[in-house]
Write a protein that binds this ligand. Structure first.
Ligand SMILES: Cc1ncc(C[n+]2csc(CCOP(=O)(O)OP(=O)(O)O)c2C)c(N)n1
Ligand code: SF4
Ligand SMILES: [Mg+2]
Length: 312
């Protein structure tokens, strides 16, 4: 068992070919998987990446604090309303200047799905050659855990409270990854930190494919502080999200959909929700609504993977 685990880990380490450009300690909450994500990306892709992003939980670490920097990469901070437009300008400048690098527009779900969605969609339609990564912690975490359009049905946030008049969010989540794939971009994919080899492969694919145009990665990224779980739970939640089909891993390469990992016998979603405080008020009936939404989203992806075979 231990040997098997070691072997699995060594495969992940094979992808870490570059220096970790971050300081040994950074300013995320304890156990926040964002730290693993931001350290992982440059170690896989190389340090010749330029990151641009918006106010969020990632910004203090990526932008630096006071006069200090937490890393050695180039980073441009931008407004939530114009992240993808900003990245477009950067890429065009680097192309004009003959500088060969990879621009990554790195944002939370609040920017990607809501406040900066218009220009994200515009950049995808124009097929701008950069990588857009949305890390999805299902809410506006940095400003106090408000709900976003990717917050799932039933979840407790500070703007969808649980009390006499409210039972958490009463709307279903937006499937942003699918919406982006429907822009017919060269590459769209989902990923998470329990499946690091898969994440590394998708990052490398995006780096290669972005020469042809827009690449979108949607990374499921639990927030221990905002969701009410211990700092040791993040990766377990990623794993459970995949095993229950709450967050299926798939990719769409030139419009051809495939599962990166198809779960043979998916567990009911309550195996995942029972671990998280933001769901602990849900009745069986409410869990059923959430389960139906998960099944609905999954059936769409499944149908898309079948379509791919028909096209071939
Ligand atoms: C146009 C605009 N509206 C609101 C804010 C305030 N604001 C700063 S960070 C933040 C939360 C962003 O949420 P998300 O993008 O999901 O990132 P997270 O904090 O979850 O990492 C908000 C609303 C802002 N900076 N700009
Ligand atoms: S609030 Fe959540 S997403 Fe933000 S740093 Fe803390 S754990 Fe991470
Ligand atoms: Mg967020």
């Amino acid at each position: 068992m231990v040997e098997k685990k070691k072997k699995r880990l060594s495969k992940v380490f094979d992808y870490l070919k570059h220096e970790d450009p971050f300081a040994k300690g950074v300013a995320f909450c304890a156990g926040c998987p964002l730290e693993l994500l931001v350290r992982f990306i440059p170690q896989v892709l190389g340090n010749d990446i330029v990151i641009t992003g918006t106010p969020s939980c990632s910004a203090p670490v990526l932008m630096g604090q006071n006069t200090g920097s937490w890393h050695k990469l180039s980073y441009y901070g931008t407004l939530m309303t114009g992240a993808a437009a900003n990245a477009t300008g950067l890429v065009r400048y680097y192309n004009r200047a003959g500088i060969d690098n990879t621009v990554i527009c790195f944002n939370g779900d609040g920017t990607a799905a809501d406040i900066g969605f218009g220009n994200l969609s515009g950049a995808a339609e124009r097929n701008e050659p950069f990588i857009y990564i949305c890390y999805d912690n299902e809410g506006y975490m940095n400003t106090g855990i408000q709900r976003s359009s990717t917050t799932p049905f039933g979840a407790r946030t500070t703007t969808t409270q649980v009390g006499v008049n409210s039972r958490g969010k009463n709307l279903r989540r937006k499937n942003l990854a699918m919406i982006m794939a429907m822009h017919k971009i060269p590459y769209a994919a989902t990923a998470t930190m329990s499946n690091l080899e898969d994440l590394a492969q998708k990052l490398l694919k995006a780096k290669q494919i972005k020469e042809k145009g827009f690449c979108y990665l949607h990374v499921f990224c639990p927030c221990p502080t905002g969701w009410g779980v211990g700092p040791d739970m993040s990766i377990e939640l990623c794993r459970k999200a995949v095993k229950t089909n709450y967050f299926p891993l798939w990719e769409a390469l030139n419009g051809n959909f495939s599962f990166s990992k198809q779960v043979k016998k998916p567990k009911p979603v309550k195996e995942y929700t029972k671990l998280i405080k933001k769901f602990n008020h849900l009745s069986d009936q409410e869990l059923d609504i959430l389960q139906k939404d998960i099944d609905y989203e999954y059936s769409i992806i499944k149908a898309m993977t079948k379509l791919e075979k028909e096209i071939k």
